[in-house]
Design a protein around this ligand. Structure first.
Ligand code: KG4
Ligand code: ZN
Length: 339
């Protein structure tokens, strides 16, 4: 096949990811996570993450090459997350990508982390229609993006004005004593609970509020206060009901706004990505509401939704396929890179 063979490196947060794709075909997806090292701090510690990336980088690249069964010399390019993300963490990936690209004589492609969260869906469902509407929800971001061109023109329609969706999951899980990362724990606990048990607030859904922006900080505070009041009364906190009701408040707002964005912009399909896209209830409610609205839903499997190198490789391959210019050797790691 003459589809581009690209290796992608992702180190924007706590996952050292190296993926290899040929066009839209996934060949390897190696991930080393430092999540356990951060657990006792209740969140990602930047210095710990950078150090873990440094230790995991070369072995993870070697593992990916072995898994894909390709020689580094056959690559058509090396792609790397240039931002946004943790500065020190990004720097490890960017430096490694430059070193490998230079040593192998391959073009280097610096890519945007958010755009690659969208592009990864090509590995699951084939070519993305353009423009694409994307809802990206993770521990670091909650954004609605309209992408007329995934390799260069990705427009933010709205984002969170305070906490990211995943951050809200993590913080509520902490109050409930469910551990870190909180999303999967709340997802699990919620299965035994009633989503209508407690009516928690839906942020920024008033008629005068910004249509595409999100706010989860008020919700988080409301949940914490509710739990506190129960504890003060000496009543046992119904963890399953609180989890289900909190989760419902988050996914209700996310899906409502995403579908509104599709309708307003005449886009008939919606892509959901980022770690929170692994959420069972988000998937089912989005499916239900998209069907009602005549919108086609595309959500990659959970392993591709969380940070990984395959998504970076997927976007790199798309850039090669479209003949986009490669990056220069002074490519910076930009912690606040905009789409
Ligand atoms: O994309 P990701 O791996 O890393 C970035 O933040 O970029 O997302 C991690 C976030 C965490 O906040 C985690 O709690 C959340 O995604 N998450 C979930 C679920 N799985 C992971 N949130 C809700 N439900 C889940 N099943
Ligand atoms: Zn991410």
């Amino acid at each position: 096949a003459d589809e581009p063979l690209v290796l992608g490196i992702e180190t924007s947060c706590d996952e050292t990811g190296v993926g290899i794709v040929r066009g839209h075909t996934l060949l390897a997806d190696a991930v080393a996570s430092s999540v356990d090292e951060h657990a006792r701090f209740g969140g990602v510690v930047p210095e710990v993450a950078s150090r873990a990336h440094l230790e995991a980088m070369v072995p993870t690249i070697q593992r990916a090459l072995k898994e894909a069964g390709v020689a580094a010399s056959d690559l058509d390019g090396i792609a790397v997350t240039a931002g946004p993300g943790l500065a020190g963490a990004l720097l490890v990936g960017v430096s490694a990508a430059k070193a490998y690209a230079y040593a192998l004589g391959k073009p280097l492609y610096g890519v945007n982390h958010l755009a690659s969260h969208i592009c990864v869906d090509q590995l699951e469902h084939g070519p993305l229609p353009e423009p694409t509407m994307a809802l990206l929800v993770s521990g670091g971001h909650s954004s609605l993006l309209l992408a007329p061109d995934i390799t260069g023109d990705v427009r933010p329609l709205g984002s969170t004005i305070d906490d990211a969706a995943g951050e809200a999951f993590d913080k509520v899980a902490r109050v409930l004593g469910l551990g870190f990362p909180g999303g999967p724990a709340i997802d699990r606990a919620a299965r035994e609970g009633d989503p209508a048990a407690i009516r928690f607030p839906r942020g920024l859904t008033g008629s005068r509020d910004p249509i595409y922006d999100f706010s989860f900080s008020g919700l988080k505070t409301a949940v914490a206060r509710w739990i506190e009041s129960k504890r003060r009364e000496g009543v046992e906190v119904p963890v399953a009901d609180v989890s289900a009701s909190f989760q419902e408040a988050v996914v209700d707002v996310l899906t409502r706004k995403a579908i509104r964005a599709c309708k307003d912009n005449g886009v008939d399909h919606l892509m959901i990505g980022g770690g929170v896209a692994a959420n069972t209830r988000l998937r089912s409610l989005a499916q239900e509401r998209c069907e009602d609205a005549g919108i086609l839903l595309r959500v990659p499997r959970p392993k591709l939704c969380t940070d990984n190198g395959a998504m970076v490789a997927a976007l790199g391959a798309e850039m090669v396929a479209r003949g986009r210019p490669s990056s220069t050797w002074d490519l910076p790691a930009d912690s606040s890179l905009q789409v």
